[in-house]
Design a protein around this ligand. Structure first.
Ligand code: ADP
Ligand code: ADP
Length: 218
């Protein structure tokens, strides 16, 4: 469960986010849509306690993200491609994260396999393509077997097969009761996997609802 209540963020005179409210329920994938610069990343960062809102509040699993102990075990997050140690392999990168979270090492190989990165797991992250880094980020988000996934543009850099694979993965996650918030500036990337949409433009919420509600009359 993710709740966003009247969130606003101002940078100087610039209103990056204005009075946005929405809820993401368990068992659903919410497609978070809007053009580049609409405020999606800012909202996701506020949900994860990385950016302080000017007004409003956000909670994950009923509490502010920052108050969740060992958050990776509850909420998997992929925000703008995290800085990685280029000399470590994908597997080593995840092993460190797993140990920090108290997740068994075996889980690392499971999530690498889930995102289609098993064959590249022993290669240096420095040699990964952008798409492979995205896959690694998704694997890391899944590592702690969380109940909630917050993924900012996870499809960017993925080839069509990668996008297809991610859709299946997220659909399965939601069908097992997980909550997914999935941003994209491209409708087609989230259309087939999302149950609900939240659309923003210039920092404002412009529409939200179930897929069939929003496509009525088209
Ligand atoms: P999106 O993720 O939808 O592409 P962002 O949330 O990244 O949009 O950006 C929303 C707006 O806020 C943009 O106009 C962007 O330039 C501005 N913005 C984002 N972060 C900052 C920042 N740290 N300082 C100033 N302006 C920012
Ligand atoms: P993009 O070029 O859009 O970033 P990818 O990152 O999916 O697309 O793939 C770029 C290249 O990286 C592929 O042609 C392949 O050689 C290699 N690659 C991608 N994913 C894997 C993987 N899971 N295992 C091994 N090699 C991969």
């Amino acid at each position: 469960m993710i709740q966003v209540e009247k969130l606003s963020k101002r940078y100087g005179d610039h209103h990056a986010v204005r009075d946005v409210s929405f809820t993401c329920a368990p068992g659903t994938v919410t497609g978070f849509l809007g053009p580049n610069g609409a405020g999606k990343s800012t909202i996701m960062r506020m949900i994860c306690g990385l950016t302080a809102p000017t007004a409003g509040r956000a909670s994950v699993l009923g509490v502010p993200y920052r108050t969740i102990p060992n958050p990776g075990r509850h909420v998997g997050v992929l925000l703008d491609a995290a800085a990685r140690h280029p000399g470590r392999s994908g597997r080593e990168t995840l092993l460190l994260a797993a140990r920090a979270q108290g997740v068994p090492d075996a889980r690392v190989d499971a999530v690498l396999d889930e995102v289609g990165l098993a064959s590249a797991a022993k290669r240096r992250v420095g040699g990964y393509s952008f798409g492979m880094r995205q896959r690694l980020g998704i694997a890391q988000a899944l590592l702690g077997d969380p109940a909630v996934l917050i993924l900012d543009e996870p499809s960017s850099g993925l080839d069509p097969e990668g996008i297809h694979q991610m859709r299946g993965l997220l659909r399965g996650f939601a069908d097992r009761g997980g909550t997914v918030l999935l941003s994209s500036h491209l409708l087609f990337e989230v259309e087939s996997v999302a149950d609900r949409f939240v659309m923003i433009a210039r920092g404002r919420l412009v529409a939200q609802g179930a897929k069939d509600e929003l496509t009525q009359g088209r």
